[in-house]
Design a protein around this ligand. Structure first.
Ligand code: CA
Length: 411
């Protein structure tokens, strides 16, 4: 749940990456930076012992700075984004988790008034139901960012929050690992979010969003509750626009449902749609068009914004919302994405990778994650068979790989 626009590239980062990091001067400056942090920590009530234990053997992590400065060279189309996050595998996993944790989820729904399907959908998207939580040591990552002057105030606050977690004894340091930016646990909370919103839902006296599923689910419910979740209301639903619609849209442009209806916008009632409470005509809603007026359109209510607050991206919020519907038996979107090359599921992405490996391409691990190596291999394959070259793991390249079989291309 950590996301921001990279605003600048610093000279420091490129120096660090070119190996000067290891120099005595830099090491000293990291040490003196850590000394300054020790003082800040003491001022905030963190004990010398907690601090020294936390920083024992900590060195800066150049990989973290690379991640900070990394600017993806292309934007992922919304249909690729949603196809990877809301695939049959995650829907099936979500349903299994609903069953396995039904008692806890019922409790969380009751106590916080938040739809349990949405709680599970957040869990599924944030950490693949606890399976992917990140592997970077929080203290190390955050100290690296602070000492390299990266959004220093923000990351210093997160570092102090991490030290407070250690001091409280809620989570041991070996489990305080996560993304390069410090999001951790099954909920991928930032440390300050953990401080504000994590709850002990299994009653063992510790708030442990890393190892305790009940704590993770309860904490997510608390987060959404505090973000303004309105009990019993839907997040929104897919709608049909009138022909050539060019009226208002956008998440922050709100008007009453009656006004949207007067513009000719109608709720789509697909087969297998999830039963949702009818919202009154006075309800405030926004029209979102993630791929313009030609693609799927949605009217969203305030609960969509509660999900959005978890990670400020509409594609993210829509994926969670949609996954929560699919888990309950809801259908896929009725209107197709405006593309002739639809996105692929994670199973299909693994198949694409395996077929590339079979043809002699080096794509790293067959893990369904489409990174730079896979994209390069796809581009080369596309060139070799005369397809348009975009490096995307879409349906078209999957079909072409199936047709081509595993014949070696002499890579
Ligand atoms: Ca607990």
């Amino acid at each position: 749940m950590y996301c921001f626009q990279i605003r600048f590239k610093s000279v420091v980062a490129s120096l660090l990456m070119s190996g000067i990091f290891a120099s005595q001067a830099m090491a000293q400056s990291f040490d003196s930076c850590v000394n300054g942090l020790r003082q800040t920590a003491m001022n905030q009530g963190i004990s010398q012992n907690t601090f020294d234990k936390a920083f024992k053997g900590i060195e800066p992590d150049p990989e973290v700075l690379k991640s900070f400065d990394y600017q993806p060279e292309f934007r992922i189309p919304i249909w690729d984004y949603v196809a990877g996050l809301v695939d049959d595998e995650r829907v099936a996993d979500g349903r299994a988790m609903m069953k396995q944790w039904s008692k806890i989820l019922d409790q969380a729904e009751q106590q916080y008034g938040v739809d349990k399907n949405v709680i599970v959908a957040v869990w599924g998207v944030e950490s693949n139901f606890g399976r992917i939580q990140g592997k970077r040591e929080l203290i190390r990552s955050l100290a690296t960012l602070v000492c390299a002057n990266k959004r220093q105030t923000f990351f210093r606050g997160e570092l102090m929050a991490t030290l407070k977690i250690l001091q409280s004894g809620d989570i041991a340091q070996e489990f305080l690992v996560g993304s390069w930016a410090g999001a951790f646990g099954q909920t991928q909370f930032m440390p300050s979010t953990y401080q504000r919103l994590a709850v002990d839902f299994d009653g063992d006296g510790r708030r442990d969003i890393v190892q305790s599923v009940p704590d993770a689910l309860g904490s997510t419910a608390n987060y959404l509750h505090r973000a303004g979740w309105a009990e019993g209301e839907p997040w929104g639903y897919e709608v049909k626009l009138p022909e050539n619609y060019n009226g208002p849209s956008g998440r922050t442009t709100k008007q009453s449902l009656a006004q949207w209806k007067s513009l000719g916008i109608k709720r789509i009632e697909p087969v297998n749609s999830v039963m949702k409470k009818q919202m009154p005509d006075s309800a405030q809603a926004a029209l979102i068009l993630p791929s313009g007026a030609k693609g799927p359109a949605f009217l969203v209510f305030r609960n969509f914004n509660a999900i959005y607050s978890y990670n400020a991206a509409e594609s993210y919020a829509l994926s969670i919302a949609h996954l929560s519907d699919r888990i309950q038996g809801g259908s896929t979107f009725t209107t197709a994405w405006p593309t002739d090359d639809a996105g692929t599921s994670r199973a299909e992405r693994r198949e694409i990778q395996q077929r590339l490996v079979d043809r002699g391409f080096d794509i790293g691990d067959v893990d369904g994650l489409i990174g730079a190596k896979t994209r390069t291999a796809i581009s080369e394959f596309q060139t070799s068979v005369g397809l348009p070259v975009d490096g995307r793991a879409g349906q078209r390249v999957l079909r072409a790989l199936r047709t081509a079989g595993s014949k070696s291309t002499g890579q």
